[in-house]
Ligand binder design. Structure first.
Ligand SMILES: NC(=O)c1ccc[n+]([C@@H]2O[C@H](COP(=O)([O-])OP(=O)(O)OC[C@H]3O[C@@H](n4cnc5c(N)ncnc54)[C@H](OP(=O)(O)O)[C@@H]3O)[C@@H](O)[C@H]2O)c1
Length: 280
């Protein structure tokens, strides 16, 4: 089986390449190797490589900047997946499209299941939903994997930012009114490798187990890393005045993952402890 990973130099992309490398022939293409917004070239390159499965880890993930650069956001997050789906259709490959909890509005108070109606509140969320729609309207054999609050060794993320801040300041103001499930890219990458072994195509929510607020996550990071003397102040989202709206509640129930016979991913504090051991 041959696998093509695009967006392969990103935080998730690098772990996906590793997760597949022992059992598959993997070609990894970063942004410089393949720009997924270039339709003709994307189709040409993918037809030439002729992989069995394409995994799209490419995206523009700067949620706040996306608000001011709609055209670029749509090009990367919506038309990129469309181009990949068109290529996969020509060579009858499976496409794995990574998506996000930000497709939901966050008004629920219980975990979102895969067929809850999406209602994104940001340009980023809208562009990711449009990407999903292109994939499922063009292909029969696809996996759309929605995950949330990613942290991993190969990218700037909330956990690494908090750790860096504790070197400089001793008071952190962190929002308490956004709740989600932090997810370790290593666990997500392994789950994707497990997912593609069966033909149960469709939309999946895959996250680490348990949920928290960003404030709660910050306290967990400090506790697990054994960092003392930092005052963490809980603040409401509105105090941050960020350009993009975030869902207040975006916990994803991993319903399809479990109903198709997969074991729930470990709880996020366990994954976080593992990450912090490797990335002190
Ligand atoms: N980060 C999160 O908390 C989070 C949460 C839920 C879902 N997700 C989803 O998870 C996936 C992976 O995210 P991540 O956190 O690993 O993001 P990331 O670290 O920003 O990686 C994305 C990669 O895509 C590349 N890329 C950007 N534009 C491209 C283009 N036109 N053609 C090809 N490659 C391009 C980027 O390269 P350059 O940097 O060189 O542009 C980067 O290497 C994305 O689909 C994202 O929407 C992320």
């Amino acid at each position: 089986m041959s696998i093509l990973v695009v967006g392969a130099r990103g935080m998730l992309g690098q772990d996906v390449v590793k997760a597949f490398s022992s059992d598959y022939r993997v070609t990894s293409l970063g942004h410089r190797d393949l720009d997924i917004t270039d339709q003709n070239n994307t189709i040409r390159v993918i037809k030439k490589l002729n992989p069995n499965i394409v995994i799209n880890c490419a995206a523009w993930t700067d949620v706040d900047k996306c608000e001011s650069y709609t055209e670029k956001t749509i090009a990367v997050n919506s038309l990129g997946p469309k181009n990949l789906a068109l290529a996969c259709r020509e060579i009858d490959s499976v496409l794995v499209q990574i998506s996000t909890d930000y497709v939901f509005d966050g008004h629920k108070t219980t975990p979102y299941v895969e067929d809850d109606p999406p209602n994104p509140q940001s340009v980023y969320g809208k562009s990711k939903l449009l990407g999903e729609e292109h994939v499922f309207s063009l292909l029969d054999r696809y996996f759309i994997v929605r995950s949330s609050w990613l942290f991993g060794e190969n990218g700037n993320n909330f956990v690494s930012k908090i750790l860096a801040l504790t070197q400089k300041i001793n008071e952190l103001a962190v929002v308490y009114d956004q709740v989600g499930s932090p997810t370790y890219t290593l666990d997500l990458a392994r789950a994707i490798a497990e997912l593609v072994q069966k033909n149960d195509y469709g939309i999946y929510h895959i996250t680490n187990n348990k949920s928290c607020s960003w404030y709660g996550l910050t306290r967990d990071i400090l506790e697990i890393a054994g960092i003392q003397g930092i005052n963490v102040r809980p603040i409401p989202t509105k105090e941050l005045k960020r350009p993009a709206a975030r869902p207040a509640y975006s916990v994803l129930e991993n319903r399809k993952w479990q109903s198709t016979g997969h074991t729930p991913l470990r709880c996020y504090p366990e994954a976080l402890a593992d990450y912090l051991r490797k990335h002190p």
